[in-house]
Design a binder for this molecule. Sequence first.
Ligand code: M6R
Length: 608
Amino acid sequence: MCGIVGIIGNTPVAPQIVEALKRLEYRGYDSAGVATLEYGRLARCRAEGKLRNLEAKLSQSPLSGHIGIGHTRWATHGKPNETNAHPHATDKLAVVHNGIIENFRELKAALEAKGVRFETETDTEVVAQLVTYEMRQGRPPVEAVAVTLPRLRGAFALAFLFNGEDEVLIGARHGAPLAIGYGADEMYLGSDALALAPFTDDITYLEDGDWAILRRKGADIRDASGAMVQRPRHKIPAGSFMADKGNHRHFMAKEIHEQPEVVGRTLAHYVNFSAGRVELPFELPFDFKDLKRISISACGTAYLAGLVSKYWFERLARIPVEIDVASEFRYREAPLEPGELALFVSQSGETADTLASLRYAAAEKLHTLSVVNVPTSTMARESAVVAQTLAGVEVGVASTKAFTCQLTVLLSLAIAAGRARGTLSAEEEKELVDALIAVPGQMSEAMKREHDIEILARELSKAKDVLYLGRGTAYPLAMEGALKLKEISYIHAEGYAAGELKHGPIALIDETMPVIVIAPFDHIFEKTVSNMQEVAARGGRIILITDEKGALETGLDTLATIVMPSVHPVVAPILNSVPIQLLAYHTAVFMGKDVDQPRNLAKSVTVE
Ligand code: M6R
């Protein structure tokens, strides 16, 4: 987590650093800071909380140096206060850091034994003190960094600025991303190309273990052994990063409303509309018909998209699917066979656990296929096959349009797999493709329920706890509804398989507990209705999300029924995402919460 920036230029860099940090706030917003060289001497400005607090401080006491580093923090070690805010500095240097130094305690103890005093609770300060210690032994900055980096364990990226050295910035990448940007007599470091987009489209992504010495005229890149290496330069199209709120109050609202368009765009990439068949826009290095199993790993909402797809792959293509949250997959030592397919889902393509799972699977010689939204991300670069979701830039921390685009791609893959394995006939494929093609229009129709959902949200905002229930693909969607609500409104919410209710959670139900049931009219609808009866019998207040047929057939009093357009049951989870997103959004807005940047969260989770 955390965003880091470094600039070595010819005009005051602090405003540019702040501009770049704004683009990195998705990585955390607990505190922010900048360090520059003022007439050769290190100077810092740091502030607790969002970047606007740092901007306010800088407008009172501007920094004018032409070289500097900046940071936006998601706290791991130490409270999110100003003392723990980056850059961390000594009399020799300032450093910003993204990731975790896992062995910081032993390194700190060794330094303390030598009389070094620490001011903060962070793991980062140990890096500042280690390099400072080496410099006190007479090593120049580059050499001091060179001997320090191999002593650090964990996944991290670093940027260093040195007192009195206005021609050198050093950046290092070890498990967390770092990019170099090339300008005209200016050089840049950034956690990603997005941060550097206002200044340059000429980018080099450092590889793991690389570190780079930046001067105004260019960069020397070295690998972990210290050998000079060349890394490719990429032209990143300027338009790839455009994001504004349009006429919406929040990015999340804009992103919910964009779904008909971006799902349509994604579909057009995977489906031949006139032929009524899926046509994947890439070659596969394996044949679906030879696969014995797919292992899916992902985190958060992306994991829940993967869980929906388990139902699709198993039902449509008869391929057994195992699915894990990525933080479990990489450590549970599951028996894996070379040649199997490992499938990863990620909006950012940078999530540390998912990326580590991808590397683990690649090392085990599995085929790797990643469904990612950011085409320049590390996962996109490291996967054998990339299935891109064309959701566009997603800014809101709560994932919405990325989720429905992930579902769209995953269903296309499941259909392609079904065809390859002979478990789907051409007619069945056409029926599914026609159902998919209708989804964008039906999503627009579903948006018309927004006013009713907004009124319902006022009721939901009074709840302390909310239960979401569903069966089949509506079960992962129930979990997604609960995740959306809890992350932006801070109301406690759980998603359960409706049939599991009676095995424990039913004890929670009373007249204060809203129970949101997602129940399209499908082959298990009646079973879900029985579960709703059990809730109603105990006074639970039901909010039902169903379609016209379901609304007619339920025969139960509900607090509210949200009636969605009737669709093919297979595509229902894509469509039913809309009301659960709108319900969470309006509840949080009504409660006055910061929906785009909820507390304690970050858009991209690049630490374990
Ligand atoms: O970038 P990724 O899709 O890999 O991110 C995974 C999760 O961190 C993410 O989906 C998270 O759960 C969202 N905040 C949910 O809205």
